[in-house]
Design a protein around this ligand. Structure first.
Ligand code: NAG
Ligand code: NAG
Ligand code: NAG
Ligand code: NAG
Ligand code: NAG
Ligand code: NAG
Ligand code: NAG
Length: 540
């Protein structure tokens, strides 16, 4: 409140010079007082933390006290008693992004705007007003931790300052500095993953301690210089689409800007997930992953985030990420992490053709012309190709080298990533395994076989994203006769004759017919022109 009423004075600066003179005196007085307070604060509050607190356990094994391995910003946050640590950490959050207004939920945004309005006026005045506003904000109601429960997908809290994570109690506490403590202790129950509507994502309690509670706050058993992120590893992960959409992309959005200088406190830790995505997890965080449910200590951090941000289904909105990360950045990032060849080499077919041409030119013995490689994903259960041998023969006859894979949850990611990278085309029926298009190279092709009733879904869950990351998206829309629903229910059943009418009746019917009961009997005669077109596309 105080902040907004003061900011209203800013545009009228010239007209109220007198007021400003008063303000200036007040501000100078305030600044002096602030310096005194800060000096006291530094000695009293920060002094004991650094040396004499016998309860501090240094975790030298994980390197968390090693200032050299910390990012400059994290180190700053930990050692900036004369500045709000919040500023230091927000600098990380925002990366190089200078679009301050985007963060308008936070006071910092208001301050930034006021600063802009003042820009044409006396610089000193601007500075003084800014600082006064800063003070006004500090005096106001407790503003930390900032928990935001307004997004339909996720809840998120950001605590900056003295943040303590207690795994045994599924609790994260904020102990405010002495001069910011209030009589109340606001509390939030946070679903710590990107699908907050799921029942089995349990809540983590986040609480700002009151003045009285702060005096008896649980003592730190370990103290860390990097930020921590608390998130759940359960929900409906288990296929690549949900693994990425629900967890890895939100984790990338929330933590990539820390460049590994962040620790993960994981609720409902799933060992299979850690194994499967170890390369990604250990790149996003260079510290041990903590099984938070089993953690016995009181872990203290300069900054804790509870929850994971998510912007959409398998998507990233660059305007809402630090450093403007895009979905394409994510694809290039995981290619790097999985040690795949540099993306600028072009699709494998082009690369091989070039080599071959060079071989011909200089007389090196050359065998036959290289063929484009097509990876055919065959699902094990629903939406499978019932005439796989026939399809395989047609693909080869069209001039492709064929690889067929049936992905499973336990498939080694590195091996699979290399297989996808070595191909020019990833072909399959709408289904989670198509998510592996993230391992294709730029200009490679995702060939989606679109079953009855899955046209919108084909675009919404895969096609749009493939296009966004510079993978070509080609769709083959089956005819009614190519769906096993046709054999099973006949041409007049609404699932066959009018799939939209089934969608309109709700998810249960759509799920039953289009997702669960439908298999594909590809008509290879009808499909052949698509394959020929595909070869021409790859040769372009
Ligand atoms: C804190 O104050 C010291 C001494 O004035 C200064 O060198 C340092 O840059 C300041 N730190 C921050 C984060 O402003
Ligand atoms: C410290 O405060 C100064 C003055 O407000 C500001 O310019 C600087 O960016 C701050 N530094 C950090 C690390 O927050
Ligand atoms: C991020 O995007 C915003 C607007 O979309 C732009 O103004 C800004 O320059 C971008 N920042 C970076 C680092 O690309
Ligand atoms: C955890 O919660 C219990 C019950 O509220 C409390 O007695 C205990 O002190 C808490 N543990 C810590 C480390 O705060
Ligand atoms: C993460 O991967 C990137 C790209 O390969 C690399 O530059 C960076 O050093 C890695 N970070 C960590 C913490 O391993
Ligand atoms: C001939 O081409 C092959 C295949 O690209 C290459 O490995 C080899 O170095 C070339 N030799 C000469 C003499 O250019
Ligand atoms: C397969 O497609 C071809 C060409 O569209 C068509 O003539 C033929 O009738 C189809 N076969 C079946 C069994 O539907």
């Amino acid at each position: 409140m105080a902040a907004s009423s003061s900011s209203a004075t800013a545009p009228a600066v010239k007209g109220v010079a007198r007021t400003l003179a008063h303000r200036r005196q007040a501000v100078v007085g305030f600044l002096f007082a602030l310096i005194v307070i800060l000096v006291l604060h530094t000695t009293v509050v920060f002094g004991p933390f650094q040396s004499t607190n016998a309860n501090v356990v240094l975790e030298s094994t994980s390197g968390e006290q090693n200032a050299k391995t910390s990012s400059p910003l994290a180190a700053q946050a930990a050692s900036a008693p004369n500045n709000s640590t919040q500023a230091a950490v927000h600098a990380i959050e925002n990366g190089q992004k200078d679009d301050v207004a985007k963060n308008d939920r936070e006071t910092r945004g208001q301050l930034g705007q006021t600063g802009k309005n003042d820009a044409s006026d006396d610089k000193t005045q601007e500075e003084l007003i800014r600082q006064e506003l800063d003070r006004d904000v500090k005096r106001g109601a407790p503003r930390k931790p900032i928990c935001d429960l307004s997004d339909p997908r996720y809840d998120i809290c950001e605590i900056t300052g003295d943040a303590r994570a207690i795994g045994a109690n599924r609790t994260v506490l904020y102990v405010p500095p002495a001069d910011e403590r209030g009589t109340d202790g606001p509390e939030w129950a946070i679903k710590d993953q990107s699908r907050k509507q799921l029942g089995d994502i349990k809540e983590v309690n986040v609480k700002t301690l009151s003045a009285a509670q702060s005096l008896v706050a649980p003592e730190c058993t370990s103290r860390h210089t990097v930020p921590a992120v608390v998130f759940a590893m359960n929900g409906i992960i288990g296929n690549p689409w949900h693994d990425l959409s629900d967890l890895l992309i939100p984790l990338f959005i929330t933590t990539r800007a820390y460049d590994g200088e962040v620790q993960f406190l994981v609720t409902e830790l799933q060992p299979w997930f850690v194994d499967k995505y170890r390369l990604v997890l250990t790149n996003l965080s260079r510290y041990d992953i903590i099984d938070f449910n089993k953690d016995a200590g009181v872990r203290c951090y300069p900054h804790i985030i509870v929850g994971l941000r998510s912007h959409g289904d398998l998507d990233i909105d660059p305007a809402r990420t630090p450093r403007n990360y895009t979905l394409l950045d994510f694809r290039l990032y995981i290619r790097d992490v999985f040690l795949l060849p540099s993306d600028d080499r072009g699709i494998p077919y082009k690369e091989a053709s070039k080599k071959n041409a060079a071989g011909n030119d200089n007389g090196t013995a050359v065998t036959e012309n290289p063929k484009p490689r097509l990876l055919l994903i065959n699902r094990g259960e629903s939406r499978k190709f019932v005439n796989l041998p026939e399809i395989s023969a047609a693909v080869q006859a069209a001039g492709f080298e064929l690889l067929v894979m049936e992905p499973s949850r336990d498939m080694g990611m590195e091996e699979f990533a290399r297989a996808v990278d070595s191909c020019d085309v990833l072909m399959g029926v709408h289904g989670a395994a198509l998510t592996n298009f993230f391992f294709l190279r730029t200009n490679a092709v995702l060939l989606q076989v679109v079953g009855l009733g899955l046209e919108r879904e084909a675009l919404h869950y895969y096609g749009n994203q493939a296009t966004a990351v510079m993978v070509q998206h080609i769709q083959y829309f089956i005819s009614a006769e190519e769906s096993t629903l046709y054999e099973k229910y006949g041409k007049d059943h609404p699932a066959v004759s009018d799939p939209d009418s089934v969608h309109k009746q709700g998810w249960q019917g759509a799920k039953r017919y289009f997702w669960a009961e439908q298999d594909i009997r590809l008509n290879v005669t009808r499909f052949a022109p698509t394959l020929h077109q595909l070869i021409r596309t790859l040769q372009e």
